[in-house]
Design a protein around this ligand. Structure first.
Ligand SMILES: [Zn+2]
Length: 377
């Protein structure tokens, strides 16, 4: 991939994220989420489906009225009334979605590839005549015939379309296949930018998004916390941090508010954020085992791939069954109690016994009590 390529994050928390079964954002939450995404530098926000109805349109209009730096884009079927309802909301960028795999063309639409091509020409022609920025969305592109996708991309380019969205709608690819498919499309139609939209059904959404980018895609569709249909989409925080730390690609997004953003979306979507959630879970920088704690206290880089502060988290030293004396000394130090190495070694026996009995780590109150008992003895 070219090293100076700019990667654009198109976050779809407010569209695919809200499409998660059982998730509905209030207008106020939508505004707050859009503002946060905008303030951390997310360049594009997919913000709804205007054709869904009056309330959805009012939500989209409210976001347009915010005058954000981020470009707002809506999701549309390849139907003129859908596109018109986006225009009516004051939207200037649209994703026009078409089913592109033979299985969907035959068994869902009950049409033909030719019909899909005609549909694309009609919808894209209309959108471009209205001066819109257009992403052509290939639904189920991961199962589609590649030469057919290239043909659709060429039509898109010839008609002034702005990019093609390669969707792994069912989340069935692995990163290697993703790379191969995106790479071959980039080579077939080099002048049309590709966006990748992945799903997490096999736990590979983030990896597939990064593979797509490494293969030449320049847009990534993400959601906060990986919210989205079924097992969800590629998580914004994972894609951005993965690109930065695993692939050496800086998206320019300010990551310091990721934890705050994740908590907000978790609350607004009524979806608990697991403590071990990659990048933003509250325990992903918690250290308990003796060896790791000792190592991280000597130098954080020993056991932390990146600084927790980078995503708004803090390091936590957990004292429990697997702890060693270094972690225990550190925890007492945090409470203003100086404990010697020898004292810590003695205390550890009791710590282990308590942790084994309660099957959980010790809290400050238990540690203070333990220290008091030892000193009184
Ligand atoms: Zn999707």
């Amino acid at each position: 991939m070219k090293t100076n390529t700019t990667i654009i994050i198109d976050d779809t928390t407010l569209r695919d994220g809200e499409q998660t079964a059982g998730v509905v954002f209030s207008k106020r939450d939508k505004i707050a989420i859009a503002r946060m995404l905008d303030s951390i530098g997310v360049q594009e926000i997919e913000c709804g489906i205007p054709a869904m109805g009056r309330e959805e349109r009012e939500g989209v209009k409210a976001l347009v009225d915010l005058g954000l730096n981020a470009r707002l884009i809506t999701w549309n079927r390849a139907l003129l009334p859908d596109i018109q309802s986006s225009i009516d909301c004051g939207i200037t960028a649209v994703d026009i979605s078409l089913s592109v795999s033979d299985i969907m063309i035959e068994k869902k639409l009950r049409k033909s590839r030719d019909w899909v091509m005609e549909q694309l020409k009609t919808a894209l022609g209309f959108a471009k005549s209205k001066g819109l920025y257009v992403s052509v969305g290939g639904e189920d592109a991961s199962r589609a015939n590649l030469p057919f996708l290239a043909e659709l991309m060429q039509i898109t380019l010839d008609m002034g379309g702005d990019r093609f969205r390669f969707c792994d709608t069912l989340g069935i690819l692995d990163p290697f296949t993703m790379y191969d498919k995106v790479h071959s499309l980039c080579r077939a139609v080099p002048d049309l930018p590709i966006e990748v939209h992945t799903h997490n059904d096999l736990g590979m959404a983030t990896a597939n998004t990064i593979a797509g980018i490494r293969a030449g895609a320049t847009f990534a569709n993400t959601t906060v916390n990986g919210l989205g249909e079924r097992a969800g989409n590629a998580a914004l925080e994972e894609v951005v941090m993965g690109l930065k730390h695993a692939s050496g690609i800086d998206t320019g997004i300010d990551t310091h508010r990721f934890r705050e953003l994740s908590l907000f979306v978790s609350k607004a979507s009524h979806r608990t954020l697991p403590a071990w959630k990659a990048v933003v879970g509250e325990s992903v920088f918690a250290h308990e085992s003796g060896l790791h704690t000792d190592g991280v206290l000597k130098h954080p880089g020993n056991y932390e791939g990146f600084d927790p502060a980078e995503v708004g988290l803090c390091r936590k030293i957990v004292v429990g069954k697997h702890s060693g004396s270094s972690g225990l000394i550190e925890r007492y130090k945090d409470m203003g109690i100086a404990v010697s190495r020898l004292e810590a070694i003695h205390l550890m026996e009791k710590v282990r016994a308590i942790a084994q009995q309660t099957r959980r780590p010790l809290n400050n109150k238990q540690l203070i009590k333990l220290y008091g008992v030892k000193n009184a003895a």
